[in-house]
Design a protein around this ligand. Sequence first.
Ligand code: NAX
Length: 327
Amino acid sequence: SKKPVRVAVTGAAGQIGYALLFRIASGEMLGKDQPVILQLLEIPDEKAQKALKGVMMELEDCAFPLLAGMEAHSDPMTAFKDTDYALLVGSRPRGPGMERAELLSINGAIFTAQGKALNAVASRNVKVLVVGNPANTNAYIAMKAAPDLKPGNFTAMLRLDHNRAASQLAAKTGKAVSSIKKLAVWGNHSPTMYADYRFATIDGASVKDMINDQAWNKDVFLPTVGKRGAAIIEARGLSSAASAANAAIDHMRDWALGTNGEWVTMGIPSQGWYGIPKDVMFGFPVTCANGEYTVVEGLEIDAFSQECINKTLAELQGEQDGVKHLL
Ligand code: NAX
């Protein structure tokens, strides 16, 4: 049988953590033959640590055959020791009346410390996924704080946007969501993201031709996907948790185990692809194989798409400028 791998999860006592840990421990992320050791990080706060213990009690009570070990931590320097995968879920969401600058600086401190800890103690091949918002910028900060690790191993979660877009297209066309291929989401995990179905196919046929309605794209589809998080909060009284955890599982599973040539979306540091400046943590269409992602290159960017990409890029560059003094 395989040797266990170490999976660190931050914000482990939060609502996404509660929807995520049981699926990692049951083998849905890394395969039904891959034992895992969970290294769980929460803030030192007594209530948070106690809640984390409760989640661990439930994990024990599942008697998962693949759960080879489990640890509770309050310090990233121990939580990230030798970790092969790190899911950075915990962050400080924007509170009522909180200025964006304040949000960026609080999270800047969290992700600088966590990036430094990964740099110091994690596996040299650690694969990092940042879920905590602002996800792209938090991933950028952690990457910059970890100069000894491969920058490309720091990623941000755009997969929830990708899955939301796929489900809207399935509803619009009346086709199965699993039949939709070659969908892309560009940019920031925020309402400015650009979900792009110009290349998408269903059973080989063009989704764009099937829908053939640019007004629907602009006035219905993009706002619906962009504001989906707010719509969930409005309906549920709480932010997306199970769907966010599911997207994190999809992201890590595809990165680790491959996509068989199919496109998925990952937020990754640009190497200059599509004119996006180097290091900007940007959503791109990728394929994954052998534990590596490869950007889908050579796609034509029309005027409308360029305008959308410019807008989400400008927002991201604004966020990056806002944290420059921390790096
Ligand atoms: P919760 O508030 O339920 O849980 C967050 C947990 O993180 C808390 O238990 C808190 O104690 C812990 N935490 C805070 N700072 C920490 C630190 N420095 N180290 C370790 N733990 C820390 O939030 P939840 O609903 O689980 O959401 C977590 C994050 O995901 C939020 O930032 C949220 O905005 C973000 N989201 C990102 C999404 C994406 O697609 N990228 C979608 C869903 C979600 O909104």
